[in-house]
Design a protein around this ligand. Structure first.
Ligand SMILES: N[C@@H](CCC(=O)N[C@@H](CS)C(=O)NCC(=O)O)C(=O)O
Length: 201
């Protein structure tokens, strides 16, 4: 069985759990925390030199890091990755967007609010900058979702899982989704899918 080194409250770890749940892939979970220094210790860095969760250990002992790379590994050849070349590339487009333009705003602003050890970093300037960047990312999603059910193509894919992870906790980061009706409908659509699990399930 694949082992997931996992931080329960983290959206990045949740992506892997949610993809695995949809794919019916069982995971052995090893709960860790990015808050207690354990991801910076030699024992963990030997598994993942980047020092981040999630990380998986495959059945043959090899390791793989980066939430979106792990999802793609689990999902390869299945229904969460489009067979069509262009649609698959659009899914990758959303995955790269998530890592460069979305997660660095929505996940980081949420962390400043929910992890007390980061409170001193929550200066008004930083909060304003993250709010603006996050709203820009939500605008991009809204432009797609106002007229489409799913982000990357005509079906639910790893792109939807990647973006769902930190969009569904956006309000914990102080984002107001009221002006993003397409995004709100999409959040409900994802949560209603058979096989869905919640962040803390
Ligand atoms: N790009 C990475 C980001 C992972 C990440 O930032 N993980 C955080 C928890 S959400 C972490 O492990 N931080 C530990 C640290 O920075 O020491 C991914 O998508 O997996």
């Amino acid at each position: 069985m694949i082992t997931l080194y996992d931080m329960p409250a983290s959206g990045n770890s949740y992506k892997v759990r949610l993809a695995a749940a949809h794919l019916g892939v069982p995971l052995k979970r090893v709960t860790m925390s990015a808050r207690d220094g354990s991801t910076r210790q030699a024992a963990f860095l030997a598994k993942n030199p980047i020092g981040k969760l999630p990380t998986v250990e495959l059945e043959d002992g090899r390791f793989l890091a980066e939430s979106n790379a792990i999802m793609l590994y689990l999902a390869e050849g299945g229904p969460l990755v489009p067979a069509d070349r262009y649609e698959r590339a659009k899914v990758y487009e959303w995955l790269f967007f998530e890592q460069y333009s979305h997660e660095p705003a929505l996940a980081v602003r949420r962390a400043l609010f929910i992890y007390e050890e980061r409170a001193h970093l929550a200066t008004p300037e930083r909060l304003a900058q993250l709010l603006e960047a996050g709203n820009r990312a939500l605008d991009v999603m809204e432009a797609r979702l106002v007229g489409a059910d799913w982000l990357g193509g005509n079906a639910f894919s790893v792109a939807d899982i990647a973006l769902y992870a930190y969009t569904h906790t956006a309000e914990e980061g102080g984002y107001d989704l009221a002006s993003f009706p397409g995004v709100r409908r999409w959040l409900a659509r994802v949560a209603a899918l058979p096989g869905h699990i919640g962040l803390m399930d």
